[in-house]
Design a protein around this ligand. Structure first.
Ligand SMILES: [Zn+2]
Length: 466
C-alpha cells in the first residue's frame, strides 16, 4: 500500500501491545501497522519508541482575550505557548479548565458563555487538539438542564472545587449536579480538599503569626484531602456518577479510592508530577513559594504510595495541572499560606520526568507509562480509540521517543512563559525526538513546527466510561 507517511522500524508500545514494525499514516490517521507499505514520505525510526502522544486532561491555559477580564494576575501561558510546551514534551491533546470570567456588571459568566468565549480563544491559538472542562462555581444556581446542555454541545465533563467552603457544605447542590452529570454521561472532576477544614487551618496559622509559605503544607492538611475524597466517593456511591479526582496527593486519599474502586464505584484517580518528584521538605527552602500547589507537597511516604499506585493501576492518569506563573509572581513576598499563587508549569516536563523517574528508574513499566499518559485519559474522557492508541483508524498522534536521550532541565530555555521549572537542574533521560499530531510533524529534533490555530476541538458527546 502507498501512504502519505511511513514510520520505519520503531519499537511500537501501545496499550497491551509491543512490536517492532512499520506504521503507515494516511489522511492524518493511522492506516496500517506492519506489512508491506511505501510512503510519499518516510521517517527512519529504528531505535526509537513509538508511543501514543500524550493526553494531558488537566491544564490551565488562558487565551489572550481572557487575561484582561481579570483584575488580579492569571496564569501566563495562552493556548499557543501552552501548545508549544505540550508538543515539546510529547503531548498533542489537552483538556483545559474553563473558568467563568467576571462580567462588567459584577456578575459571573454562565458556563455556556464561558465555553463559547474559550472555544473562540483556543481555536485561534491552539496547536494541540483540545477539549474543555466547564468549571461550575455555583452548581446550585445553574438553570435546569445546564449540565445536559453542556454535554449535548460536546463538553461532557464538569469541574467542581470541593475546596470552596460554600460548596463543600452544599450537599444537595453537589448531588443534583452529580445526578445530572450521570444522566448526561458526563464525568465530574473534583478538586478534593475540604473547604471548611482548609479555611480553619489557614486562618489559624495566619492568626498565630505562622502565615509564611514555609508552613504551606500545614495550611492544607492530609485530613482535608481525605475528607473531601470521602465526599467524592459518597457522591459516586449515591448517584452512580463517574467522579474523577484531580491531582490526588496523599497515601490516605489513595487508600480510600482503592477501596471504593474495589467495591466497584466509578472513581477515577489523577495525580500530578509534583507529588511524584518532590516532597514537603522543599517548603523549608528560601524560595518555598516556588513549589506551592494545592494540595501541597507531602511526605516521602505519600510519594512512594503514589508510585506504587501508578505501578498497580490504582492511579489512572498523570496530568500536569499546568498552571504557570513567573518566578517573580510566585515569590511575591506579600503572599502567605492562604494567598499563595498555586500551580507550576509542567506540560513540557510531565512525560520526560515520568519516563525518567518511572520507566528508566524501574518503578513502572513502559505499558503503564502509556496507559497513564494517554490511553486512560482517552478512555475516561470519551476519546478512545480515536486517541490514546497506535492502531489502524486512530488519529496519528505519535511521539517517537528517544529513551536514551539525556537532558538537564532548564526552564529558562523551555516553551512555557513561566521561564523556570521546579525541576531546574534535574537530569532527565527519555525525551521525544519527533512528534506527530494527526500525521503532521509538530516537533522535529527540538524544533516546534506547528502553527497557532492548527489544533482542533474534540467533541465529547457524553460517553460514560464502562
Ligand atoms: Zn487545576
Amino acid at each position: 500500500m502507498a501512504f502519505d507517511l511511513v514510520i520505519r522500524g520503531p519499537d511500537v508500545a501501545t496499550p497491551g501491545h509491543r512490536e517492532t514494525t512499520d506504521i503507515g499514516i494516511d489522511g492524518g490517521r493511522i492506516a496500517q501497522i506492519g506489512g508491506t507499505m511505501t510512503g510519499a514520505e518516510e521517517i527512519a525510526a529504528s531505535g526509537l519508541l513509538a508511543i501514543p502522544a500524550g493526553i494531558d486532561a488537566h491544564t490551565h491555559l488562558v487565551h489572550q482575550g481572557l487575561a484582561s477580564l481579570f483584575e488580579s494576575k492569571v496564569w501566563v501561558d495562552d493556548f499557543w505557548s501552552g501548545s508549544r510546551a505540550a508538543i515539546a514534551g510529547g503531548i498533542t491533546t489537552i483538556g483545559n479548565m474553563t473558568f467563568p470570567a467576571p462580567q462588567p456588571d459584577g456578575t459571573e459568566e454562565s458556563p455556556r458563555a464561558a465555553i463559547s468565549r474559550e472555544m473562540a480563544g483556543a481555536a485561534a491559538e491552539a496547536a494541540v487538539d483540545w477539549f474543555l472542562h466547564p468549571v461550575l462555581y455555583e452548581p446550585a444556581a445553574l438553570p435546569d438542564g445546564a449540565i445536559a446542555d453542556l454535554a449535548g454541545a460536546g463538553h461532557a465533563s464538569i469541574k467542581i472545587f470541593l475546596s470552596d467552603p460554600g460548596l463543600s457544605a452544599d450537599e444537595p447542590a453537589l448531588l443534583s449536579a452529580a445526578s445530572a452529570a450521570k444522566d448526561a454521561g458526563a464525568v465530574m472532576l473534583l478538586h478534593c480538599e475540604d473547604g471548611a477544614l482548609l479555611e480553619a487551618a489557614g486562618h489559624e496559622l495566619v492568626a498565630a503569626g505562622r502565615g509564611a509559605i514555609a508552613n504551606f503544607a500545614d495550611a492544607r492538611p492530609v485530613a482535608a484531602e481525605a475528607a473531601a475524597v470521602e465526599t467524592a466517593i459518597g457522591i459516586a456511591r449515591r448517584t452512580g456518577a463517574a467522579v474523577y479526582i484531580v491531582h490526588l496527593s496523599s497515601a490516605a486519599a489513595l487508600d480510600r479510592c482503592r477501596r471504593a474502586r474495589a467495591a466497584g464505584l466509578p472513581v477515577y484517580v489523577e495525580t500530578r508530577p509534583l507529588y511524584l518528584h518532590l516532597t514537603k521538605e522543599r517548603f523549608a527552602e528560601p524560595d518555598a513559594a516556588k513549589y506551592t500547589g494545592a494540595p501541597p507537597l507531602r511526605e516521602a511516604s505519600d510519594r512512594e504510595a503514589l508510585w506504587a499506585g501508578l505501578a498497580a493501576g490504582d492511579v489512572d492518569t498523570v496530568c500536569s495541572d499546568h498552571a504557570p506563573w513567573t518566578l517573580a509572581d510566585k515569590l511575591d513576598p506579600a503572599l502567605d499560606v492562604v494567598t499563595a499563587r498555586q500551580g507550576v508549569a509542567d506540560l513540557e516536563t510531565l512525560m520526560p520526568m515520568l519516563y525518567s523517574e518511572g520507566v528508566a528508574a524501574g518503578r513502572i513499566s513502559l505499558d503503564r507509562f502509556v496507559e497513564l499518559t494517554s490511553a486512560n485519559a482517552a478512555r475516561i474522557f470519551g476519546l478512545y480509540p480515536r486517541k490514546g492508541v497506535i492502531a489502524a483508524g486512530a488519529d496519528a498522534d505519535i511521539a517517537l521517543w528517544d529513551p536514551g536521550h539525556q537532558r538537564t532541565v532548564d526552564g529558562a530555555r523551555m516553551q512555557s512563559l513561566a521561564g523556570y521549572s521546579v525541576y531546574d537542574g534535574w537530569t532527565v533521560r527519555g525525551w521525544p525526538r519527533l512528534v506527530l499530531r494527526r500525521g503532521q510533524v509538530v516537533l522535529a529534533d527540538g524544533e516546534i513546527t506547528a502553527r497557532p490555530g492548527d489544533g482542533r476541538w474534540l467533541r465529547r458527546a457524553g460517553t460514560p466510561p464502562a
